[in-house]
Design a protein around this ligand. Sequence first.
Ligand SMILES: C[S@@+](CC[C@H](N)C(=O)[O-])C[C@H]1O[C@@H](n2cnc3c(N)ncnc32)[C@H](O)[C@@H]1O
Length: 285
Amino acid sequence: MAITSAHFDQVKQLVAACSGIHLAPGMEGYVEARIEELAHVLKLKSSIEFFRQLEKNLIADVGFLLSEIVANKETSFFRDGHPFDALRQQVIPELMTQRAAEMKLTIWSAGCSTGQEPYSAALLLRQHFPALSGWAVEIHGADIAEDVLAVAQSGNYTQADINRGMPAPLLLKNFQKTGSNWQLKDEIRQLVQFRQVNLAEPWPELPKMDIIFLRYVLSYLTPEASQDILKKVAGLLRPDGYLFLGSKETVSGLDDLFSEEQINKAVCYRLKSAKPKWSVADDDW
Ligand SMILES: C[S@@+](CC[C@H](N)C(=O)[O-])C[C@H]1O[C@@H](n2cnc3c(N)ncnc32)[C@H](O)[C@@H]1O
């Protein structure tokens, strides 16, 4: 069955209203395939049956179910490299100086998918900042989709996941082979707390964050949802904190709140009041 434009529009509206995810023209085939999957999960015969039930209002939380299934969940360890270089070279050393008295560091991966992003941060801290072992380090991961959070919580990755960005020395030190998969050791896994959060809805109570990763989430959202989320991010970020977006993602329209800062090859955002003062060399892992 080819999805009708009326059905595509209906799904598009339900998804945007629930999660802010934007389904652009041209995504009809993708949406249709995801709805076939959802129909299967809901034990319906086909997507035709799904739309019949939808017309009769028989599917509870349908906007949420559709959002979970259509969301792009692409991720990898140490994705793009540069933001993690920036963490190691400038951001963490600077925050360790700023937070020396309270000895507390808080990181949030908003839209964390299967966990590679927050675990990359955890691995980086363990590998390069042993002095943080005496600190209260909190790393939080949040996503709308239950299936990715289950993988994230398990810390169990396929060889294909590992091949995407995990440096061999970190793999050998921090993972155990389990069958054909790799299991992240508990000492790293326990550094990250995951929870289900719909960023487009009011957020649960969260601590103020020193670093927020909101990478490759906004690209898939409507401009209105992006702006709302960025405003809430501004409220959650500590005044001297750092925000990382995906490459090509910007805080467009909210230049009154955020200023752009370049750290070697990485771009990050600071609250307008923050004053950058570090400059460091570009070296390797
Ligand atoms: C493309 S992945 C990016 C993962 C990771 N940040 C990275 O850069 O590798 C985007 C993630 O954002 C999540 N997401 C999309 N809309 C969301 C929303 N409204 N609330 C919470 N998570 C959302 C998706 O489920 C998906 O796992």
